[in-house]
Design a protein around this ligand. Structure first.
Ligand SMILES: Cc1cc2nc3c(=O)[nH]c(=O)nc-3n(C[C@H](O)[C@H](O)[C@H](O)COP(=O)(O)O)c2cc1C
Length: 447
């Protein structure tokens, strides 16, 4: 069975999603998020997923002005209240927020997610990111983005502390015996006494162990360090690929890494990004895609790329090739750009226009064509499902729900109703026993 997650900004989508003729402008309203949550739940999606960044991106000219001018990467609402709003109007849809291990404290994150997991009866998820912009570091007392090795060391310790906090309560602490007056079993709760390189946390958490034990842990590491980290900790891994071949390689690599760490590879679900552009046929869908690409200006596209690679691109000649960049924010996006720009011999300006219109994992065609592609990716060993991205909202999700999901259901590839109680159940993931962190932490697990 295929799993479907919806990837949606708590703000405008992509580089120019807000300009799409059918884009709604309600992203500052709860009605907007409630509507999308209902659409996704009616289509039996596993979950909705909100990306995040902790700054207005500084891009061209090392300034935040292009992001504001072009509506690229800003505004971004705080994902936690947004997904709480989405959970409040649904019963089954999983809700996941992105939170950075770079700038938050594990106690806050563990507590917020455990709370949400209780309030949603086991539907909460966490996209663990290490962040990639200097602008984010500068909102949290630092001058520059810490180097990758430091980011992943901190992420590692962050996950160990968070999971230990979730485990600081046994599942059966609360007795609530009104006759005797005994509320809970103190012997079921223990401090964690953690002291490491980045955090000093006594514990226990102030929230009891939640329905899923651990909310679903999602990660998108691409570098070798990122892949190791994701293979040990993540329940769901998402990624973007320029080709089916690279998706197959990535899938095999992650499953193999997970097995080497002693995990059941089937307990790590891999969801490549897919942007579905649905038309009556390929020509109709291509026309939609091209009309969308026309909305992108060079500056808007370059400002998005500059933000993703964390490099001010105005220092380069717009009509020349992009020189090789030494240190970049998101390595995976940069590699895709280099590969494509070298192959097509693009100038910096042309890269900007292409990058702004680029949506991850394009599948363009009729509902049948798209279902064929999705089926092919699944049967080729490239995916356990997809992270569906939207060119614009709510329209692109409505198209998928109305056109593509019924086709997948007709083929028996996707559920027609929800089964199980929690997001973990729907994703086919076991509930972690107390102490599961020992099977995932680098301090314990060796490949
Ligand atoms: C589809 C996709 C969405 C991502 N969303 C976010 C995000 O919301 N916030 C963030 O800080 N990083 C995000 N990232 C970046 C990843 O978390 C990670 O930093 C990136 O894949 C680079 O991996 P690496 O650190 O191992 O090089 C995303 C990556 C991909 C592929």
């Amino acid at each position: 069975m295929m799993h479907l997650a919806a990837f949606m900004n708590a703000g405008p989508q992509g580089t120019v999603g807000w300009r799409h003729p059918e884009a709604g402008d309600g992203f500052l309203t709860s009605a907007h998020y409630a509507h999308i949550a209902r659409v996704l739940e009616a289509a039996c999606f596993d979950l909705v997923f909100i990306p995040d960044a902790l700054a207005v991106p500084r891009s061209l000219g090392d300034s935040f002005e292009p992001a504001v001018k072009w509506g690229s990467g800003t505004p971004r609402l705080d994902p936690m209240p947004v997904i709480t709003t989405m959970a409040a109007v649904t019963e089954h849809l999983g809700v996941a927020a992105t939170m950075s291990t770079g700038y938050q404290e594990p106690y806050n994150v563990a507590r917020g997610l455990a709370t949400l997991d209780h309030l949603t009866a086991g539907r909460a998820g966490w996209n663990v990111v290490t962040s990639f912009q200097d602008a984010e570091a500068q909102n949290y007392g630092q001058n520059k983005l810490p180097e990758r090795a430091v980011r992943y060391r901190r992420a590692e310790e962050f996950l160990e502390v968070s999971t230990r906090l979730w485990d600081s309560w046994a599942d059966d602490v609360l007795i609530r015996d009104k006759a005797s007056g005994v509320f809970g079993r103190p012997e079921g709760v223990e401090a964690i006494d953690h002291q490491g390189e980045f955090f000093k946390v006594q514990g226990p958490l102030s929230v009891p162990r939640s329905p899923q034990g651990y909310p679903v842990i999602i990660q998108a590491g691409a570098s070798p360090a990122g892949r190791d980290f994701a293979s040990r900790w993540a329940d769901v891994i998402f990624c973007s690929h320029e080709s089916l071949a690279s998706a197959i390689d990535f899938y095999a690599d992650i499953k193999q890494r997970a097995a080497a760490f002693g995990r059941d590879p089937d307990q790590v679900k891999i969801l490549p990004a897919a942007t579905l552009v649905v038309g009556t046929d390929v020509r109709d869908a291509m026309a939609k895609h091209e009309a969308f690409a026309e909305l992108v200006s060079v500056e808007a596209g370059l400002s998005r790329l500059a933000y993703h690679v964390n490099v001010d691109l105005t220092q380069y000649d717009l009509d020349g090739p992009l020189p090789s960049l030494e240190v970049v924010g998101v390595e995976g996006h940069y590699r895709e750009v280099v590969e494509f720009a070298e192959r097509e011999k693009l100038t910096v300006a042309e890269i900007g226009r292409w990058y702004g219109a680029r949506t991850e994992g394009n599948m363009i065609g009729s509902a049948q064509d798209i279902a064929d592609s999705m089926e092919h990716w699944m049967s080729s060993g490239a995916a356990d499902g997809f992270m569906i991205q939207a060119t614009h909202v709510p329209g692109a999700f409505e198209d998928v729900a109305r056109e593509v999901v019924p086709e997948l259901q007709r083929r028996g590839l996707f559920r027609t109703e929800y089964e199980g109680e929690t997001l973990r159940d729907r994703l086919g993931l076991a509930r972690p026993e107390r102490g599961e962190w020992r099977n995932r932490a680098a301090s314990v697990v060796k490949a």
